[in-house]
Ligand binder design. Structure first.
Ligand code: ZN
Length: 79
């Protein structure tokens, strides 16, 4: 079996392990609704990015409710 020729110094170990730390994710405030969002992401609450609307939130909510209704109906039928 191959083995390391020399032991790693404390400093080398520390340098290697320093890259494995978890980095904190910086959250920014949405300019429109002031909720915390990830940078470079569309806001989930109002559907805007840099003040421009990209996602129709009302439509998304409506579709979600419809889907839930359909699933509830399916469950009732299967019982
Ligand atoms: Zn927003």
């Amino acid at each position: 079996m191959p083995e390391p020729k020399k032991r790693k110094t404390h400093q080398k170990t520390r340098i290697r392990r320093s890259t494995k730390t978890k980095k904190t994710i910086e959250a920014i405030k949405c300019p429109k609704c002031d909720t915390l969002i990830l940078p470079h992401h569309v806001c989930r609450v109002c559907g805007t990015y840099k003040g421009v609307k990209y996602v129709d939130v009302e439509k998304r909510e409506r579709k979600k409710k419809e889907r839930e209704k359909e699933e509830a109906q399916k469950e009732e039928l299967s019982k």
